[in-house]
Design a protein around this ligand. Structure first.
Ligand code: GUN
Length: 295
């Protein structure tokens, strides 16, 4: 079977079109312009390009966006003071502090200082706790994007065997949790595999839906999946450089061989990646509606 390719680029575009209409309506009917601030500490080129992409996307949707870049030597106290300033700024509905932070700054101290009502990354323990309890909250952007990809591609999760590979706080743990929630795009039976899992391949072969988020290029091979599996590949691994100096990317899944067995599969690039920023925009609009008591 040759797999259907799930295009995150296309799904993300459709969601951005919906958001554009929603933002225009919020502005026209209620005078609300959702606002996002991104805070970057240091000059890491990958982080710089992610932050630039977030601000560009916000701008294209009519979301007010502010971009703050701080010197790599900025103290934790100064960063906390800045977060606090934006916690109290009514123009700003969403605060995103780009990770990783320099070593001398305690990441948890900073993330926990963000007002949970402005935590559009969904990393604050209040939002993580609400997510686990199945309450209304900000969902972390990559898992949120995976839910949208599955739903909009017609992949049935209810009763499915979902195997998640990777237990990060940003992807593995939250997506495993969301998949088992009692609601649409949930109701799955979930297995979470990690570095200490015995016989990873045996677990993967049981999956109706396989979600790989490990950061090891092409780790999931065709012999590890069953015929007809739906594959979501979260990995973005740089495996080389093209002649023109562009990074060559590979997912965590060996796309060429696995696609011959899967019913559907996300490519890298163009799969989960484009969804993450779009879900940040969706969360920012949600934050603005919450602040205005519209939801
Ligand atoms: N660095 C890599 N991914 C992310 C993300 O989703 N949010 C933030 N804040 N930083 C990141």
């Amino acid at each position: 079977m040759a797999a259907k390719i799930i295009s995150g680029t296309e799904v993300a575009k459709a969601i951005r079109e919906e958001l554009k209409v929603e933002v225009a309506e919020l502005t026209a009917k209620h005078g609300i312009v959702p606002g996002l601030v991104t805070i970057l500490v240091g000059e890491d080129p990958a982080s710089q390009s992610y932050v630039a992409a977030k601000n560009k996307s916000a701008h294209a949707l009519g979301i007010h966006s502010e971009q703050v870049t701080l010197d790599v030597g900025t103290s934790e106290a100064d960063l906390l003071a800045l977060v606090n300033k934006y916690n109290n700024d009514p123009k700003i509905n969403g605060i995103l502090v780009q990770l990783p932070l320099p070593k001398h700054i305690n990441e948890a101290n900073v993330l926990y200082a963000i007002d949970p009502d402005k935590d559009v990354d969904g990393f604050h323990p209040v939002n993580v706790g609400k997510m686990v309890l199945g309450e209304q909250c900000f969902l972390p952007c990559t898992p949120h994007g995976i839910l949208e990809l599955l739903t909009r591609s017609g992949v049935e999760t209810s009763g499915a065997e979902v195997v998640v590979v990777g237990r990060s706080n940003i992807v593995g743990k939250p997506i495993a949790n969301l998949m088992l929630q009692k609601r649409p795009a949930g109701n799955a039976t979930v297995t979470l595999c990690h570095t200490r899992t015995k016989d990873m391949a045996a677990h993967c072969r049981r999956a109706d839906i396989l979600i790989a988020a490990v950061g090891v290029p092409k780790m999931i091979t065709a012999d590890m999946v069953k015929e007809g599996v739906a594959v979501i590949d979260v990995g973005v691994n740089r495996i080389g450089m093209s002649a023109s100096g562009k990074a060559i990317l590979a997912g965590d899944v060996d796309f060429e061989t696995v696609k011959e067995k899967a019913s559907c599969i996300t490519p890298v690039p163009g799969g989960v990646g484009p969804m993450t920023i779009t879900m940040l925009m969706k969360n920012t609009v949600q934050a603005a509606k919450m602040a205005a008591k519209l939801i």
